[in-house]
Design a protein. Structure first.
Length: 128
């Protein structure tokens, strides 16, 4: 029993050193939803079709005044790339799950930035 706990603590500690928080829930009580933040990438499921989530993502990066916005979409997936004022690259990947839900993955910079990723996700959700 003690060995199992020690192994679990070691795995969790090692994971946190490599990628930051393994998973986090934000604002579930407030209805904002949940997300997972693993190895620098935020992943969440949003209520909305791929088309709606794609449009909301483009609106979000424009509202946040990011530059060099480029985007592409087909019937299965899409992506939006842009650059922050400090020249940090942002990539939003979208994947159709159903007709009414879409997976959103956000990476800010090379190593990720959880706070900025959450702000981008919240802005996308505000535009849905």
């Amino acid at each position: 029993m003690f060995g199992t706990r020690l192994l679990l603590v070691g795995v969790c500690g090692g994971t946190m050193m490599l990628g930051g928080c393994v998973a986090a829930a934000v604002g579930a009580a407030a209805g904002v939803g949940t997300y997972a933040y693993v190895t620098g990438k935020l992943t969440a499921t949003v209520d909305g079709s791929l088309d709606d989530a794609f449009d909301a993502s483009v609106k979000a990066v424009n509202k946040l005044e990011f530059a060099n916005v480029d985007s592409r979409k087909d019937v299965f997936q899409g992506w939006v790339t842009c650059t922050m004022a400090d020249k940090t690259d942002v990539r939003i990947d979208l994947k159709k799950l159903t007709d009414t839900s879409t997976e959103v993955r956000i990476r800010v910079g090379v190593f990720g930035d959880e706070k900025k990723s959450v702000l981008i996700l919240d802005t996308i959700r505000d535009n849905l």
